[in-house]
Design a protein around this ligand. Structure first.
Ligand SMILES: *Cc1c(COP(=O)(O)O)cnc(C)c1O
Length: 376
């Protein structure tokens, strides 16, 4: 029998998503706003320490709005993790500002506090203090918030926490996205929960969140006709998408539990393969293990690319870790600070299938294939 395809991370619906979508249809609250959207924001607020929430069309648009609200404009400099997905950076360029890339540290794989301070000092010496920091919690693993907040406070630079991959993770008990000026989540189809496409901007500044909602709905001033004093965006989440999100929030904790189990399964099952290592949690760090990631040692007989192709032949999807932004053709002219940590991670790292809808058989099949790859 043909083996079925195993995806890296595919959508996993719970029991009530369809019911809420049907409700939205029955009430004809399809779009743009509606009761499910409000409810979705309330529920998201409940798991985000009561912060104010604007549900939007993507994680990318949430980052863009945060930058606009912080007044980032032409010529400003914004510090950003280099080891991330391009969507963390693109909005900086939408604002005609300059991204300044920071390398990772090897324990969390996230922004190094050391390189952060180094970069801030150097940018100030060169004549410009960076206007914001986009800090990414990659693969659901928290960044070192205490250290980073201390530096950001010292230089008075606001932080946007890109927790697109980190919903359900915590840092000393605090949800990711809730420790800075702004936090953003993504509900794209490959994330831990999905609205089929969507995102959220969160903040304790309710005025800012109201302004985000205003900008996200074409910046209509209060008038019977269409009156505009600001440039607007079409960035709001639709009521139908929010209906899916309502169902997904109910199962978020199950999804986190399952993804962590998947991580532990891989780690235990592959422990005999000395060439494979897994990123550990530091004390106080709790990762949702959105994707299980591995590093293949430098002296391994097979490379991460050979392993990827070997799995692909058996219809198992794996993927290299994010290629750092300072190595990307489109971003390589921008300043970058740090060493070669993220380059190293990209060279030796691989993401394994991590979808919470995988069966035990799927997992056993993957683990057996990996073992086989290292036996040959
Ligand atoms: C997915 C992702 C985004 C963007 O979210 P979208 O909803 O796809 O726009 C931003 N940052 C990171 C780290 C992501 O993984």
């Amino acid at each position: 029998m043909e083996n079925k395809k195993i995806w890296l991370s595919s959508p996993h619906m719970g029991e009530n998503e369809f019911k809420y979508v049907t409700e939205a249809f029955d009430l004809n609250w399809i779009s743009p706003v509606g009761p499910h959207l409000n409810k979705f924001e309330e529920k998201l607020s409940e798991i985000s320490e009561g912060k104010d929430v604007a549900a939007v069309s993507s994680g990318t648009s949430a980052i863009h709005l945060a930058l606009i609200l912080l007044g980032i404009k032409n010529g400003d400099e914004v510090l950003c993790s280099s080891f991330t997905f391009s969507a963390s950076v693109n909005p900086i360029v939408y604002q005609a500002a300059t991204p300044i890339f920071l390398d990772s540290e090897l324990d969390t794989w996230n922004m190094s506090p050391e390189f952060l301070e180094l970069a801030i000092k150097d940018r100030i010496t060169r004549g410009k203090k960076p206007k914001a920091i986009i800090l990414v919690h990659l693969y659901g693993m928290p960044a070192k918030m205490n250290e980073i907040l201390e530096i950001a406070n010292k230089y008075d630079i606001p932080i946007i926490e890109d927790a697109a991959e980190g919903l359900g993770s915590t840092y000393f008990g605090k949800p990711l996205g809730c420790m800075s000026d702004f936090g953003i989540y993504s509900f794209n189809g490959n994330k831990i929960i999905t609205t089929s496409g969507g995102g959220a901007l969160i903040s304790s500044d309710s005025e800012m969140i109201n302004k985000a909602k205003f900008l996200a709905t074409q910046a209509r001033d209060d008038a019977p006709h269409y009156e505009h004093t600001h440039i607007g965006y079409n960035y709001r989440l639709s009521n139908v998408s929010a209906s899916i999100g309502l169902g997904q929030l109910e199962v978020l904790q199950d999804r986190v539990k399952k993804r962590r189990e998947i991580f532990n399964f891989y780690k235990t099952q592959l422990s005999e393969i000395k060439e494979i290592s897994f990123p550990d949690e530091i004390e106080g760090f709790y990762s949702n293990r959105w994707l299980t990631t591995i590093l293949i040692s430098e002296d391994s007989k097979i490379t991460k690319e050979e392993l990827r192709l070997f799995l692909e032949k058996d219809k198992i999807e794996s993927r290299p870790l994010w290629k750092p932004m300072h190595m990307q053709p489109i971003f390589k002219e921008y300043p970058a600070y740090g060493g070669d940590n993220s380059e190293y991670l990209f060279k030796y790292g691989l993401c394994l299938p991590s979808g919470s809808n995988m069966s035990d058989e799927d997992l056993i099949r993957i683990v057996n294939k990996i073992k086989q790859a290292f036996e040959n």
